[in-house]
Design a binder for this molecule. Structure first.
Ligand code: HEC
Ligand code: HEC
Ligand code: HEC
Ligand code: HEC
Length: 228
């Protein structure tokens, strides 16, 4: 009797052990394979200016599969119309529901991830800098449609999109500064991106692997003549 009881309890213990081990391995199997980088104590330096490139990469496949909405696309010329000079913060082209707000969620609910806004009949452009929460410190509303007095200010000249390839089919160089423009997908992908610069390959997330900077302003020094 005692022997039989011993054997039964041994099997019960083995059975419980099996369930525990199986459960543990099943649960660990469910965890994501992704190992987060511990930025506080890592030997791999994080380069701040390159980190931004990946900021919206989790949405890259959504962008790649998004259909084009021809009725509500934006062009580069309307993009520039809203800027006082090249690189200036665009003005707010719509009314603000609460005039006392400085920004944060009042703006981010539309500008963090974009999307279609019925009220303004347009797609909200995604902000490249959601962390700078005092939006109205830099972005102001349009209070007048006309110039106060017409002047002789020269218009700015922006690099022309579509002319930055060294060879036909080669990746165009980045013709602009990337300070404050680290987050490429915010301007180059999705329905609010100006149609001329909307990228055909948002899923190749490491943009700077192929696109290199060329923001040097060079002046023509003329022909080189050797001194005799
Ligand atoms: C209800 C959604 C919504 C809210 C809230 C909102 N916006 Fe907008 N915003 C839009 C849409 C849509 C556009 C595009 C308008 C167009 O193209 O005619 C836009 C355009 C802009 C632009 C112009 C961007 C460009 O590239 O020219 C700026 C700047 C802006 N908003 C700033 C703000 C700020 C600052 C706030 C908060 C005070 C705010 N917005 C709140 C929907 C919103
Ligand atoms: C320190 C000043 C500053 C603050 C604060 C700021 N912005 Fe901007 N913003 C800029 C500048 C400058 C640009 C133009 C960037 C460029 O063209 O290189 C810009 C561009 C934008 C654009 C246009 C992106 C595009 O498609 O070209 C949007 C939308 C925008 N900001 C929204 C916001 C929102 C929303 C906030 C608050 C959460 C905010 N900004 C806070 C300076 C600022
Ligand atoms: C604030 C919005 C914004 C951000 C962020 C931004 N760009 Fe741009 N990009 C533009 C605009 C606008 C143009 C058109 C030329 C100009 O105005 O500088 C452009 C032009 C380009 C072009 C040339 C396209 C052509 O057809 O010639 C390339 C390549 C490019 N950007 C790559 C990048 C990369 C890579 C990043 C991220 C490191 C980036 N951009 C971030 C707005 C932006
Ligand atoms: C594997 C290399 C590679 C990567 C990574 C890459 N690109 Fe490109 N990109 C190219 C090539 C090549 C072209 C030229 C395509 C052509 O002329 O047909 C191009 C063209 C462009 C253009 C001009 C418009 C167009 O779509 O043809 C823009 C804007 C652009 N890329 C932005 C980006 C952005 C933003 C990223 C990151 C999300 C990125 N690229 C990642 C190789 C790359």
């Amino acid at each position: 009797m005692k022997k039989r009881l011993g054997i039964i309890s041994l099997f019960v213990i083995l059975f419980i052990a099996f369930i525990v081990v199986w459960n543990y391995s099943y649960q660990t199997g469910l965890e994501e394979a992704y190992v987060p980088i511990d930025e506080t104590n890592s030997s791999i330096p994080i380069i701040p200016s390159e980190k931004g490139v990946f900021e919206r990469s989790e949405f890259a496949l959504d962008y790649a599969n998004m259909p084009y909405d021809d009725k509500h696309k934006r062009s580069l010329s309307s993009y520039y119309d809203n800027r006082a000079f090249y690189g200036a913060p665009p003005s707010i082209p719509h009314e603000i529901s609460d005039d006392k707000t400085v920004g944060e969620n009042a703006c981010l609910k539309c500008h963090q991830n974009g999307g279609f806004t019925e009220k303004f009949n347009a797609y909200a452009p995604v902000t490249p800098h959601p962390e700078m929460v005092n939006c109205r410190q830099c972005h102001v509303t349009n209070n007048t449609e006309s110039l106060f007095v017409s002047g002789s200010y020269q218009d700015f000249s922006a690099p022309i999109a579509g002319t930055n390839n060294a060879l036909l089919g080669s990746p165009p160089v980045i013709p602009h500064q990337i300070q404050l423009r680290e987050n490429c997908l915010s301007c180059h992908a999705g329905p609010s991106a100006p149609i001329e610069i909307r990228v055909s390959h948002p899923e190749r997330i490491n943009c700077r692997q192929c696109h290199v900077l060329n923001n040097k302003i060079t002046t023509d020094v003329g022909e080189f003549i050797r001194n005799k």
